[in-house]
Design a protein around this ligand. Structure first.
Ligand SMILES: Nc1ncnc2c1ncn2[C@@H]1O[C@H](COP(=O)(O)OP(=O)(O)OP(=O)(O)O)[C@@H](O)[C@H]1O
Length: 305
């Protein structure tokens, strides 16, 4: 597989603390890669290191298959990014703002500005940036990162602060950029549902460490089901399940609740055996585990968002 970005044991220390510790990322070309983690997990730090905005403490970064070397910054020209809160001039319109940033890059292509504003769905009118809604500001930030038609987009929490409709629109826009414009996208979020609906590849980062990296399909396979039992005889039921039925993965959830994560036995069978043993069950139901629980397990119970 070809990777747009590869990092090898990338670490960043601030004082004595690791913001990022031995993180090896693999972002496949042409895909949407979601970097998922709680606030402070290290997502922005990873992106800043990849973009050369901060120097790693140790580790290596490859962009488009080439090791980043101080003398050669050409790979950065192939990247567009929107990281942290991008600054715009409040008294200028969207097109005027983009024109200023284009000038900083060396050339102003009015057609490209107009095209990119169309692409992100921003009207080309006299409205000033100061009068923009948050959603429009986010779109303009995306437009700015796209102006030079980069192959790779690095977007730090692009849906932050947006309402549900704005989130859905931004998601659709990113998908269009990937599917129709063939861009590689690295996008971060602390929202599990967001990444779940957007990304083809997912990296889960927690306290500076990459806990898991896999395709969306692989992650989906980790969803598993179980059986939840509500009973006043919790301790007797759990003894029966483990000793008499040989079910190993039984977890106490509360005073009256048990979860059987062992999938060797159906809920029907469990119910029947408990009934035959005279153990009263007030409720029993099949549980389809969500990815959220998988993450909770990965992060030692903390969950994602
Ligand atoms: N310049 C800095 N100096 C000191 N500590 C920093 C600096 N930048 C980040 N950190 C610390 O590194 C850790 C990771 O921060 P980072 O911003 O990368 O997390 P994040 O996953 O992007 O979080 P958020 O979703 O809140 O933006 C945090 O503990 C943060 O306080």
């Amino acid at each position: 597989m070809n990777y747009a970005i590869e990092t090898e044991n990338l670490s960043k220390k601030y004082g004595e603390s690791f913001a990022l510790e031995n993180v090896s990322l693999h972002i496949p070309c042409g895909r949407i890669y979601g970097l998922l983690g709680r606030n402070g997990a290290g997502k922005t730090t990873a992106m800043r290191l990849i973009l050369g905005l901060a120097a790693p403490t140790s580790g290596r970064i490859k962009l488009f298959g080439r090791e980043l070397a101080n003398s050669d910054q050409s790979s950065y020209l192939r990247i567009g990014s929107s990281i942290e809160t991008p600054g715009f001039y409040p008294e200028l319109t969207a097109a005027e703002n983009l024109s200023v940033f284009a000038r900083l890059r060396g050339k102003v292509n009015k057609k490209a500005i107009s095209q990119v504003l169309d692409l992100v769905g921003l009207p080309q009118n006299k409205k000033k940036f100061a009068e923009y809604s948050l959603g429009m500001k986010q779109r303009l930030a995306l437009a700015r990162s796209m102006m030079h038609d980069p192959e790779l987009l690095i977007l730090d929490e692009p849906t932050n602060g947006l309402d549900p409709i704005g989130i859905a629109e931004m998601r659709q826009l990113i998908k269009t950029l990937s599917c129709e414009c063939k861009k590689t996208v690295l996008v971060s979020s602390h929202q599990l549902s967001e990444i779940e609906q957007l990304a083809d590849w997912i990296g889960i980062i927690h306290r500076g460490k990459l806990l898991e990296e896999c395709s969306y399909e692989e992650l989906k396979q980790k969803e598993r089901s179980g059986v939840r039992i509500c009973t006043a005889n919790r301790d007797r039921v759990i003894r029966f399940l483990t000793e008499k039925m040989g079910l190993e993965k039984c977890v106490i959830l509360g005073n009256n609740e048990i979860e059987v994560r062992d999938q060797t036995c159906s809920s029907l069978e469990i119910n029947k055996r408990l009934f035959q043993a005279g153990l009263e069950v007030s409720q029993i139901w099949i549980l389809h585990s969500s990815l959220e629980r998988h993450f909770q397990e990965l992060t030692g119970g903390e969950g994602i968002a």
